[in-house]
Design a binder for this molecule. Structure first.
Ligand code: BGC
Length: 421
């Protein structure tokens, strides 16, 4: 299998007659495939576009709507199969390795060395960006997934307090419901279901349980009574949604919290980009809090741009310029202020960031240093292959939209994961 992959890699590289060496030319084009289309996301990505254009290169925007990126990945596969991949694509986690194994990705070592990427990136991030020992992708940010977004005025109206445990969460949800406010803003799409499911798993089971289930795929953990409890709690969340939830986009759900139609949303901190774009201030207009029971944990989701091999020297030059810009402190600051995430550079000045970002950075650093509580997000492609992730999505979404028992769900989850491995 390995040899076959290496052979394919060599064949694709020679078919494209690619040069990954630095180009002498200057003005080229980068075509960037991404799924950053909501208000906050679009504001963030336009920062990169402006910086690339300022360097004299052309930016060809290739945005595919659809939170979580499933649609984008489908489009990317189609383009790659037809021998015409874009020069850069938003690809994350283990999928970077899958594309690199197939021989599609360019070697970014030269720019990485020049810019000292190894010195400014946390090893947990650098490892994801490297194929063997060379960079094939550049990270743009670090998102924390286990967040809860709250409209404080809605809670006040309902006489409810901010929950810090799962039991308190359901009490708050009951009070909101009694006051005629939608307790939880949610969009019924597999990746959003999985996002809520993973925060509940982190809360009910803790980081070690999470790691055993979603990183190691340990069958005993997957089949444990604890996993049954996770499904019970996940089912409970279903009681607090409005009838319009199926198919709703995540940013529409965020806007329900912004308007006070709903009290809470469980979503990664790209949701903060929407509050920022709406001119709202954290701490007063909205609250960012760890998902109840996960204050010492950090489920990380790192966005990155992988670079595809290019034939044209000008385009190689544009691609390398973009890679360099992405890790510049200027880009890291402006992009992440708009995106809701935190910068990925260890030496970034956090002064311009708000209290949510500062809290996120603090937990990211403390969990990285202690080795306790930092877990890769399953729902966002950090913990496992796309095949296993897809299997988990199928079970969680089917369970959420049916009357399947938690016992059956646990059995199905364990066998679906085993089959997809
Ligand atoms: C990505 C974010 C994006 C979110 C919603 C996540 O998987 O990492 O960058 O904002 O999906 O589309």
């Amino acid at each position: 299998m390995y040899l076959k992959k290496r052979f394919m890699a060599a064949a694709i590289a020679s078919a494209l007659s690619v040069s990954t060496l630095s180009a002498t030319a200057t003005a080229g084009e980068v075509e960037v495939l991404h799924w950053w289309t909501s208000g906050g996301e679009a504001a963030a990505v336009s920062v990169l576009r402006e910086m690339v254009e300022k360097e004299g290169h052309t930016w060809k925007d290739f945005a595919v709507a659809g939170g979580g990126g499933e649609n984008t990945m489908t489009v990317l596969r189609a383009r790659a199969v037809s021998g015409n991949p874009p020069s850069s694509a938003q690809i994350k986690g283990l999928e970077i390795q899958e594309w690199a194994d197939l021989g599609f990705l360019a070697n970014l070592e030269e720019v990485a060395k020049q810019e000292g990427w190894d010195d400014v990136l946390p090893p947990v991030v650098a490892d994801i960006m490297k194929h063997y020992d060379y960079y094939v992708a550049v990270p743009v940010n670090v998102h924390r997934v286990n967040w809860m977004w709250v409209n404080p005025a809605a809670l006040e109206k309902a006489g409810a307090s901010v929950p810090t445990t799962l039991d308190e969460l359901w009490e708050t949800a009951d009070k909101l419901k009694a006051a005629g406010i939608i307790p939880i803003a949610h969009g019924g799409q597999s990746w959003q279901d999985a996002t809520v499911f993973e925060s509940i798993a982190l809360s009910a089971g803790g980081p070690e349980f999470f790691r055993k289930a979603f990183v190691e795929h340990d069958q005993d953990t997957l089949l444990s009574p604890q996993m049954e409890t996770v499904f019970d709690q996940f089912r409970k969340a279903r009681e607090y949604l409005d009838p319009g939830f199926p198919g709703r986009d995540w940013n529409i759900a965020t806007s329900m919290v912004i308007k006070g139609e709903a009290g809470m949303q469980f979503m990664g901190d790209w949701a903060k980009g929407e509050f920022t774009a709406a001119g709202m201030e954290p701490g007063t207009d909205y609250l960012c809090l760890p998902f109840p029971g996960t204050e010492d944990a950090f489920a990380f989701n790192i966005d990155s741009l992988a670079m595809f091999m290019q034939r044209d020297a000008d385009n190689v030059s544009a691609q390398q310029t973009m890679a360099r810009l992405v890790l510049s402190p200027e880009f890291q600051e402006t992009f992440n202020l708009n995106k809701g995430s935190i910068p990925v550079r260890l030496d970034q000045d956090m002064t311009p960031f708000d209290s949510c970002a500062k809290a996120s950075m603090e937990t990211f650093q403390s969990t990285s240093e202690s080795g306790q509580g930092l877990v890769p997000s399953m729902a966002h492609g950090m913990s496992t292959t796309s095949a296993v992730q897809g299997a988990i999505y199928d079970v969680t979404t089917t369970f959420f939209n049916s009357s399947m028992s938690s016992q059956d769900a646990v059995r199905q989850l364990a066998s679906a994961i085993r089959a997809a491995q």
